[in-house]
Design a protein around this ligand. Structure first.
Ligand code: GLN
Length: 530
């Protein structure tokens, strides 16, 4: 196509309306013939979310290149099928450290360094550089937060300036707002949208499309009203319907006519391919069976902290036409095994630190001894090794040195390269690495390949000193690094399904291509339920 077109997504009224999913859905609709590259601009001063608490910020998504980025990249990768790069997540932390570096280097030649033009130029140059490097047809820029937030003003100013830089025909602004329906009045209310669009206009940006998040389809007269007050055509007011399943959103946007408006404004044509998506969404909405899976962790209060796991399970649910009930079990409480009564499968997800660890080990023990399918992700694999060491190899008080530095049996210990690390940010073993699969193992029958690539985020590993002891007692390590130094998959042969992996298969699972390990876990849960 040659010249890159820009689509900018901003949000108003409330946070948490799902700009990321809206953006990913728009991208999905355009991606049949065009290369869509997503960019997310976050206003906070952390360099990346790697050190932020998942309760506050949601899951930290890990990219193949090792970047720790906003969880919206999970939606982007799941919808767009692109492998994103860490430079596509701008944060004010990154922007200001670059400004400081340049200033110290003397790059500004004696000038006063200012928000405009220096910071805004730097932000725009990032856009232009990524567009060029990626040969992007569409750069999909999501501005974080809500219009009016102080911390996002510089991004808004940068995307306002883009209009003149790239020309009217090459840029389109989408504003996502909220349409409440008041109890009693039972009426879709447009005032918050009007006010939010006014805030955007004060900043020099006029939206081309308004998406109104609402629990009902927007009434025709409501669209008309928004159109009149906000100066967009009525067709460009799109319902962002509340849905149970996010994969429905592209289908709803398409029905509401969003593609046509984008095609017309940007002079592009890329008809969406929707038949496979439609089929999977239908299977997810009309399941023929049902299972309950327990997720045992400590951030279970906020589903956003486990979003990729939830999505990966949904991918399997759609595939098997199975409804998967999730039961979040808080492992810092004592009655863990009680809460596991009647579940069809157990997952212990990734995690850090001491709190809730003994509860997770109890859950693993319960899964192992009651023949309940078990999937251990990262910490969930490490804790499965500890459980096995304690209860089968009789290494009492075996532990990870992350929890107990003086354990007599450090079956999980720091990766050697971590010994010299002092900074917390960006210093784990991060990103995509190869996993070599043992021939003849269950893992090999799942992946049907000698080598796979998956994403990692850890500091600790299975201590090599204990591997032969664990294997003699029946635990099988069926995936490892090429030099066999880091164990990456474990399995228990005499169990309906008991697997752990040091990587995070949930990060690369797709609706149309669920991760084989998740798929096989869900299949085992379904067989158990039967
Ligand atoms: N805390 C463990 C480690 O650092 C596991 C990390 C994780 O689950 N992501 O190795």
């Amino acid at each position: 196509m040659g010249k890159t077109k820009y689509i900018v997504i901003t949000g108003g009224v409330l946070s948490g309306l799902g700009k990321g999913i809206a953006g990913a859905s728009v991208g999905y609709l355009l991606s049949s013939r065009l290369k869509v590259v997503p960019i997310k601009c976050d206003g906070y001063l952390n360099v990346d979310p790697g050190t932020m608490n998942p309760i506050e910020h949601g899951e930290v998504f890990v990219l193949d290149d090792g970047g720790e980025v906003d969880m919206d990249f999970g939606h982007y990768e799941r919808f767009l099928g692109v492998t994103c790069k860490s430079s596509w997540n701008l944060t004010m932390g990154k922007v200001f450290s670059e400004i400081r570096e340049r200033e110290r280097r003397g790059d500004y030649l004696g000038k006063t360094v200012q928000y405009i033009p220096h910071v805004t130029d730097l932000i725009k140059n990032n856009f232009f550089q990524i567009a060029k490097e990626e040969k992007a047809d569409i750069l999909l820029i999501e501005v974080g937060g809500t219009v009016g937030d102080i911390e996002n003003e510089l991004y808004l100013e940068a995307v306002r300036q883009l209009y003149d830089d790239v020309g009217e025909k090459n840029i389109l602004y989408i504003h996502l707002t909220y349409i409440p329906i008041l109890k009693g009045a039972n009426e879709q209310k447009t005032k918050p949208t009007q006010q939010s669009v006014n805030l955007l206009r004060e900043r020099g940006i006029s939206p081309d499309i308004i998406i109104g998040r609402c629990k009902e389809l927007l009434d025709s007269h409501v669209k008309e009203k928004i159109s009149r007050f906000c100066s967009v055509s009525k067709e460009a007011v799109i319902t962002g319907l509340d849905v149970f399943n996010v994969y429905e959103i592209p289908l709803i946007f398409e029905k509401e006519g969003i593609s046509e408006i984008i095609h017309k404004k940007l002079g592009i044509y890329s008809p969406p391919k929707l038949s496979k998506l439609r089929r999977l969404v239908r299977q997810l909405a009309n399941p023929s069976k049902e299972i309950t899976v327990a997720i045992c962790g400590k951030y279970t209060k906020l589903e956003d902290s486990y979003i990729s796991i939830i999505e990966a399970l949904k991918h399997c649910g759609a595939n098997f036409s199975c409804n998967i009930n999730l039961q979040f079990v808080e492992t810092s409480n004592d009655d863990v095994t009680n809460s596991l009564n009647g579940v069809d499968g157990i997952i212990v997800p990734g995690g850090f630190g001491e709190r809730g660890v003994e509860g997770k080990i109890k859950a693993i023990s319960y899964a192992r001894t009651h023949n309940i399918p078990y999937l251990g992700l990262c910490y969930g694999m490490q804790l499965a090794v500890i459980e096995y060491a304690r209860n089968i190899c009789k290494l009492s008080d075996a532990n990870t040195t992350e929890v107990d530095k003086r354990t007599p049996h450090p079956v999980i210990d720091l990766l050697p390269e971590q010994l010299s690390v002092t900074d917390l940010g960006g210093t784990m073993r991060l990103g995509g690495y190869d996993v070599h699969i043992k021939k003849g193992s269950f893992a090999h029958s799942l992946f049907r390949s000698d080598v796979i690539r998956r994403r990692f985020r850890h500091r600790y590993e299975v201590n090599q000193v204990y591997i032969s002891q664990l294997e003699e007692k029946g635990l099988v390590f069926s995936g490892y690094t090429e030099d066999k130094k880091i164990m990456q998959i474990l399995e228990l042969p005499d169990h309906p399904f008991f697997m752990g992996c040091q990587f995070h298969p949930e990060l690369t699972s797709k609706l149309t291509e669920p991760d084989p390990m998740f798929l096989s876990f869900v299949e085992a849960c379904i067989s158990r339920m039967k």
